[in-house]
Design a protein around this ligand. Structure first.
Ligand code: FES
Length: 120
């Protein structure tokens, strides 16, 4: 069977969509103030015609709950933290369209070290 070639996405955005149950002491990325950030991200990308080249994926906890809401942009392991709609708009403009990560929104280095080397 022959299939048409489809280009790979340029970016994947992994958006943490974990919500803690009521009464949990640990913060989570989704609460009543942040629950529309996923839709805001997808709508912003749709309006710019970027859905397809950019794939937005809902994930569970990405392990940086204290810095939430977070999302990881690949390639590059760029972890954005303490997100708001305004920050997402700027990330789309400058990182996704412009190719330059928004350094001031990236998670501080002490919370985001180098990947663990599993080979040795
Ligand atoms: S709940 Fe989002 S990183 Fe843990």
């Amino acid at each position: 069977m022959s299939m048409p070639s489809i280009p790979q996405p340029t970016f994947y955005i992994f958006k943490c969509e974990q919500a803690s149950p009521p009464g949990m002491p640990k913060p989570s990325c989704v609460n009543e103030n942040t629950r529309d950030l996923f839709n805001h991200t997808t709508q912003s990308l749709m309006q710019k015609g970027l859905m397809g080249p950019v794939q937005v994926v809902r994930t569970s906890c990405l392990g940086r709950c204290q810095m939430g809401p977070v999302m990881l942009v690949e390639p590059g392991h760029h972890m954005y933290c303490q997100l708001s709609k305004e920050k997402i708009d700027r990330i789309v403009e400058e990182h996704i369209i412009g190719g330059s990560p928004v350094e001031e929104y990236l998670i501080p280095q002490q919370y985001w070290g180098k990947p663990v080397n599993l080979g040795s």
